[in-house]
Design a protein around this ligand. Structure first.
Ligand code: NAD
Length: 446
């Protein structure tokens, strides 16, 4: 399915819940304000030149400067970047940030580039971006296959173009260049906070005897409802073991959840009694992939764990499924096989709109991407604030601010969901869209 059309169908799903006065403004969100594109020419190590198509979609900036990551991936398309930029507008809005939404991408397999080719590509991308970005215009950050080192190349090249320092023009930078403490783990940490807030809420409602029917499966006498189990018995499977998936698995495991499976693009590893995500990452680093790595308590043993495909991981009988890789991994074709009670969407757009309807009708509780993975952009916002004031916070201060921000937006989303007896996704979209519409109405009333 076309990723942008898929993203628009989520917007269509909330149209009927908007007030008549708000409805006309929804049309403004159906197209990005700008889509910049170019072909980047890069000199390769063998002396040849190679072309790489590049994009930057700036969706909406009613609330503040555009904000969004940069993806280097062979599967990048213009439609995907437009969809991701729309989700960024909604994500920044539900998080209460003074930002609009954008996203950038280059069609490239960075694993096939040498270090110097990757640097040249990053610098070429910064020159393409330069006229369209800035601390108060559009602030890029890392996404799939981009990291603090690439942010450093981008910042350095951008500052050459504009002729002065501007650390707030990019976030997700290395600490030495103005990065924020806590940014590397922020998205995963925010996702675990989201899950904990949900458990707290459901437990308190359960003990208060109230029914929140469409939000979760009704408790049955023989099988304990997932959220009533001791935390060490709540099982978690994480698809994607990059920045987001790794930190989610690590922090969830530290907080006592039982992380039984993790995967990367080459396959998954499963251990019913629970994996050690830190040792498993170490094993992946040493071997180059997760396949064959099973680690517990710092001991890696090739025989203990079960290897499985990414598709098998999605179908595991776990309580919590955490897609943390790419879009469209849960579609109408595999929803019937999903056994998890809860899906925490740490990737952007991992569930298609058709699959979302099917899962919701089966009472699978979905913590939607625009809220679940908003920890990353929230700490990017803290990084930008620190850059603009030139004064830096400790990791504890950053974590505390992140928790407060995520709690506030969780409560807004949950309340809206209960008031309207609607899914958390619809509630999150409504909170986000109404905030953007409020800003649009002040700026450009219809
Ligand atoms: P990353 O490049 O660090 O990691 C991606 C991981 O996914 C890698 O482990 C890769 O092997 C794995 N992967 C790729 N294809 C896969 C497949 N078909 N099946 C299973 N695993 C596969 O990227 P990231 O920054 O962790 O981003 C992951 C997702 O989270 C993306 O959807 C991104 O948009 C979203 N996200 C990222 C951030 C952030 O701060 N980095 C913030 C919000 C949302």
């Amino acid at each position: 399915m076309d990723p942008f059309k898929n993203a628009l169908s989520f917007l269509d799903d909330i149209s009927s819940y908007l007030s008549p006065a708000d409805k006309p403004y929804l049309a403004r969100l159906k197209n990005p304000n700008h889509v910049h594109k170019d072909i980047l020419q890069v000199s390769m190590d063998d002396g040849s030149k190679k072309d790489f198509p590049a994009f930057r979609s700036q969706h909406n900036n009613a609330l503040g400067p555009y904000k969004g990551g940069i993806r280097f991936h062979p599967g990048v398309t213009e439609a995907e970047i437009k969809a991701l930029s729309l989700w960024m507008s909604l994500k920044c809005s539900i998080a209460g940030l003074p930002y609009g939404g954008s996203k950038g991408g280059v069609i490239v397999d960075p694993k096939k580039l040498s270090k110097s080719e990757l640097e040249s590509l990053s610098r070429a991308y910064a020159r393409f971006l330069a006229p369209h970005i800035g601390e108060h215009v559009d602030v890029p950050a890392p996404d799939v296959n981009t990291n603090p080192q690439i942010m450093a190349y981008l910042l350095d090249e951008y500052e050459k173009v504009i002729g002065h320092h501007a650390p707030g023009a990019f976030t997700g930078k290395p600490l030495i260049l103005g990065g924020s403490m806590g940014r590397d783990k922020a998205t995963g940490y925010g996702g675990v906070l989201a899950l904990k807030f949900l458990i707290e809420k459901l437990k308190s409602k359960h003990s208060g005897g109230s029914q929140t029917a469409p939000l979760h499966k009704a408790p049955s006498s023989d099988t304990p409802t997932w959220y009533m189990k001791p935390i060490s018995q709540i099982t978690v499977a994480v698809q994607g073991f990059g920045n987001v998936g790794y930190f989610f698995a690590k922090i969830a495991s530290e907080q006592g959840f039982r992380v039984v499976a993790v995967s990367d693009s080459k396959g998954a590893t499963y251990l019913e009694t629970g994996l050690d995500p830190v040792a498993t990452m170490e094993c992946k680093r040493q071997k180059g992939s997760l396949a064959g790595c099973y680690c517990k308590g710092g001991v890696c043993d090739l025989k203990g764990g079960t290897m499985m495909s990414n598709e098998d991981l999605l179908q595991l009988p776990v309580d919590i499924l955490v897609p943390s890789a790419l879009e469209n991994v849960i579609t109408k074709d595999n929803t019937s096989k999903i056994k998890a009670s809860v899906i925490v969407e740490m990737a952007n757009g991992p569930i298609t709109s058709e699959a979302d309807h099917l899962l919701t009708s089966k009472n699978v509780l979905i913590i939607p991407d625009i809220y679940a993975n908003s920890g990353g952009v929230s700490v990017s916002y803290f990084e930008w604030v620190q850059n603009l004031m030139g004064y830096y916070w400790t990791e504890e201060e950053v974590d505390e601010k992140l928790e407060a921000l995520m709690k506030t937006s969780f409560n807004k989303m949950f309340k809206r969901s209960e008031e309207g007896t609607i899914s958390l996704r619809k509630a999150a979209y409504l909170v986000a869209v109404e905030r953007i519409i409020e800003a649009e109405r002040m700026r450009r009333p219809l």
